[in-house]
Design a protein around this ligand. Structure first.
Ligand code: ADP
Ligand code: MN
Ligand code: MN
Ligand code: MN
Length: 341
């Protein structure tokens, strides 16, 4: 019997890349190998030299097709075997390797919004729903829109073997969150991209679309973020609080807030306004339990004097390969330098 491999890759759309996939039929016993595609249709090549290369980097059981079928996540290469400029995973690999000794791990909270037609799911045809207040972690048909899709998505992620660790309804109707982690930088990023693909694919069967737009509704509605929770072995160990503070300080060092913010997702300044549980995009701050700070140290971390930090700035549409690289690069280098690694 043959089986099916769904090759998934990240395209070259700017400013925010999109997911693409196509199917390969494989003979029983054959492994998903290198494949190609037309890069001129994905903003990854010009028409006159459009071949691009897909190299499998991770494989997961396919929960949509079931059986022996698989989802195959790929990196995109040029035909001369150099990573394509859209291949941000290739930039993360050496950084992850350099600081592997510090055992960095991440949990990413992916917020997103379901849309039906031009409106968020649950928004009435005319006007607006009741203001924010009852929707976050709500229950009941007057507050919850799309739960059947969310449950199916969770089931699909678990069947695929992803480290999804929770879901919740968010503050706006039709807005939801899932969390992936805590696992290493490459794993969390690979799995987040696959979980996103599964989100779009699952919702497709319900005639609903999902978006990572950081500001999906104008007005007094929260945006959508991708809070990135991060720790190293030193932070998780007894007395790790000092390492957490060192990392928070490193993130605020000269030039660092700008360097990070610039790469935290297109339209980040439209979401980080200072309102709606955000810090202004152009002011760096950190604090305990402070959901109005750029970086939050959770209350139980201060009590236990060890744990992790939460970078609240990344947009829902951030590239996880980029945010994990920046955090490892900035924080692990500072911990090395301080002798606290
Ligand atoms: P919030 O209160 O901000 O909504 P969530 O429960 O949605 O928090 O998400 C918390 C995230 O923190 C999860 O993704 C989880 O995997 C992650 N996390 C927990 N412990 C650690 C740790 N030691 N290092 C990194 N991430 C962690
Ligand atoms: Mn959360
Ligand atoms: Mn949230
Ligand atoms: Mn959070």
């Amino acid at each position: 019997m043959s089986y099916l491999a769904e090759y998934i890759w990240i395209d070259g759309t700017k400013p925010t890349a999109k997911l693409r996939s196509k199917t390969k039929v494989l003979a029983d016993g054959a492994k998903p190998g290198t494949w190609g595609f037309d890069g001129s249709s994905t903003s990854q090549a010009e028409g006159h030299a459009s071949d691009r290369v897909l190299k499998p980097v991770a494989s997961y059981p396919d929960p949509i097709r079931g059986g022996d079928n698989v989802l195959v996540l790929c990196e995109v290469f040029n035909i001369d075997d150099t990573p394509h400029e859209s291949n941000t995973r290739a930039l993360l690999r050496p950084v992850a390797e350099q600081f592997a000794g510090q055992e960095p791990i991440f949990g990413i909270e992916q917020e997103y919004t379901f849309f039906q037609g031009a409106r968020p799911l649950g928004f009435p045809e005319n006007g607006f729903p009741a203001p924010q207040g009852g929707y976050y972690c709500g229950v009941g048909a007057d507050e919850i829109f799309g739960r059947e899709i969310v449950e199916k998505h969770l089931e699909n992620c678990l069947k695929a073997g992803l480290n999804i660790c929770g879901i919740n309804a968010e503050v706006m109707p039709g807005q939801w969150e899932f969390q992936v982690g805590p696992v290493g930088p490459l794993e969390v990023s690979d799995e987040l991209w696959v979980a996103r693909w599964l989100l779009y694919r699952t919702a497709e069967d319900f005639g609903v679309s999902a978006t990572l737009d950081p500001k999906p509704a104008q007005g007094d509605w929260n945006g959508a973020g991708a809070h990135t929770n991060f720790s190293t072995k030193a932070m998780r160990e007894e007395g790790g609080y000092q390492a957490i503070v060192t990392a928070c300080e490193a993130l605020g060092a000269e030039g660092k807030p700008e360097e990070h913010i610039r790469q935290y997702g297109a339209g980040v300044e439209t979401r980080l306004t200072g309102a709606h549980e955000t810090a202004p995009w152009n002011e760096y701050s950190y604090g305990v339990s402070d959901r109005g700070a750029s970086v939050r140290i959770p209350w139980q971390v201060e009590v236990e004097k060890k744990g992790y930090l939460e970078d609240r700035r990344p947009n829902a549409n951030v590239d996880p390969y980029v945010v994990t690289r920046l955090l490892v690069d900035t924080c692990c280098a500072a911990l090395d330098k301080a002798g606290e690694a």
